[in-house]
Design a binder for this molecule. Structure first.
Ligand code: ADP
Ligand code: MG
Length: 250
């Protein structure tokens, strides 16, 4: 089953066309990494997929529900209700954690499931505690984000995303604000999620990690998908742009 399908996505900022006809899809249980130079459009693509940015043209479906249609060269968004439903399909983890500074760890995780998803408080609290234990943060329930290391904050933000029971999790450079030791800690969490068959799309510069954790890798450059294949296909690509980009990481 396709969890996410994006077709012919176009997006410009002024006369800078940042996404030039991008199409890709993600199957249930797949881990897809997106790599590419800074400015190639990776974040914009994730932001379009998660409604943080509107696309100019193209179509977008979650679990077969088409939320955005392409009509006469323009993206037409579905009703508020359709968009709300689509929001419930994904979770998002940012580079800079984006936790609420004035909420405890527990409240950061439980606020949206209780207030927005209107789920049972006891059930949500129990799930949050289980997630915190999985993340090795059981003793941090009542801490505030400022009292945690970057790696701990990022683990809370992953727990927060998981508490929404998403069908797909997006990561935008989840380790680029962390030093190497804390980076490894987060990469391990993502590997564990992959082992549990969580469907994920990960924008990352951690090439060895991406190679090891992904079923598929996408190389983006200047707003286009240059390659979309298995990690080994990408690492043994004959494409000179791919080779030159990956060469910088060897
Ligand atoms: P990446 O994540 O691959 O580094 P981005 O998607 O952040 O790339 O950016 C792609 C291009 O879009 C860059 O040229 C960037 O300056 C431009 N861009 C991104 N967001 C905005 C914005 N809100 N307004 C104007 N230009 C933007
Ligand atoms: Mg980016």
């Amino acid at each position: 089953m396709k969890i996410l399908e994006m077709n012919h996505i176009k997006k410009s900022f002024g006369n800078n066309q940042v996404l030039k006809d991008i199409s890709f899809s993600v199957d249930e249980g797949e881990v897809v990494s997106i790599i590419g130079p800074s400015g190639s459009g990776k974040s914009t693509l994730l932001r379009c997929a998660t409604f943080l940015e509107t696309m100019d043209d193209g179509s977008l479906s979650y679990v077969g529900d088409e939320v955005v249609k392409s009509v006469n060269g323009h993206a037409v968004y579905g009703s508020k209700q359709q968009q709300r439903k689509a929001l419930s399909y994904f979770g998002l983890v940012f580079q800079n954690f984006n936790l609420f500074p004035h909420f405890t760890v527990m409240k950061n995780i439980t606020d949206a499931p209780i207030r927005i998803q209107k789920r049972n408080v006891e059930e949500v609290n129990a799930q949050a505690r289980k997630l915190l234990s999985q993340m090795g943060l059981s003793d941090k329930e009542d801490a505030y984000p400022s009292q945690l290391s970057g790696g701990q904050q990022q683990r809370v933000s992953i727990a927060r995303a998981l508490a929404l029971n998403p069908k797909i999790l997006f990561f935008d450079e989840p380790t680029s604000a962390l030093d190497p030791e804390l980076t490894l800690e987060i990469l391990k969490v993502i590997k564990d999620l992959a082992a549990q068959r969580m469907t994920m799309v990960i924008v990352t510069h951690e090439m060895t990690f991406a190679h090891d954790v992904s079923n598929r890798m996408i190389f983006m450059d200047k707003g286009v998908i240059v390659e979309n294949g298995t990690p080994d296909e990408l690492f043994h690509s004959s494409n000179s742009r791919t080779q030159s980009f990956l060469g910088k990481y060897h």
